[in-house]
Design a protein around this ligand. Sequence first.
Ligand code: M6R
Length: 362
Amino acid sequence: EKGGHRHFMAKEIAEQPSVIGDTIRHYAGTREIVLPEPGLDFSQYDRVLLVACGTANYACFVAKYWFERIAGLPAEVDIASEFRYREPPIPARTLAIFVSQSGETADTLAALRYCEGRVDRIASVVNVAESSIARGSDIVLPIFAGAEIGVASTKAFTCQLTVLHMLALKAGSDRGVLSGTEMETRLGLLSSLPGLVNHAVGESAEVERIAREVAEVEDALFLGRGAMYPLALEGALKLKEISYIHAEGYASGELKHGPIALIDQTVPVVVLAPSDELFDKSVSNMQEVMARGGRILLITDPAGARKAGDGCWRVLTLPEIAADLAPILYAIPVQLLAYHAAVAKGTDVDQPRNLAKSVTVE
Ligand code: M6R
């Protein structure tokens, strides 16, 4: 049942090239994104509201960057447990999107109920198409990840991201922000994603070597800018969830507003930084860490490794990828790092202490 893997989590990490490919095939044509009935027309909304818990919430957070940048559509992200009790006012022409692997998370479902009659449309991005959250939605957008057994969400996260990315493309096109040619180019780039993810999955042994060293530490920091910031949060969550190493994710620019006080040689700092337009800013942050004796694990692309690899404790190099797709690719080493650190520590990878796969109580 684990397909020759030691843990479900390893199997689910390895499945990502194939399930991401399935997800893309379900929504992407050569020229356009096709949604299941009854469809969505983003020209009808002035704002997207994304609500979820845990890893699904970080997928929403990445999507905020995409909706804003690709479609010029204001997007707000909320944690379901905060949203539901805050009971916020909701402006007209709002599309609410609920993201949940299980489709049964109590807080996310309660947030959805709060939105009934208050938003123009309720969409859900779920892995379980017969779930309560799916049943409560006007439109259901399945992620096609297949059953996810490991408590730590891996393939569901990247498939959620893939669906949300395609929604942002559709939004760009519906709102006249993305031309037909740009759409075709972006769909072409998307079709190369499974191959790139496959490459990243294939680097598992190298991540394992680094993870054995990370397994020795008590605390770790994850830093990222732009859409890599939510990935930093996800990296920290994944590591603490299964290896019980205390980890925090920060926006790189926040480093000097507090967390830099933690830096010394005992705290590895994982920097997620493809060589995009924000790269030089990330390099400055890395220099601040190194100047204080901090150890950097840089996760970047070949150009980034050439520019900034010197002085880093370790460098993991991923293939070059279009900036907007980087969050999906960079999820892989982050998952592998947590997985191998947990295996090195001998924790229960698939069933970490105190956690449930589906959180159906508040
Ligand atoms: O089923 P859901 O996607 O609604 O679950 C949300 C969170 O409970 C979930 O993502 C959790 O954070 C994972 N265990 C993280 O790996």
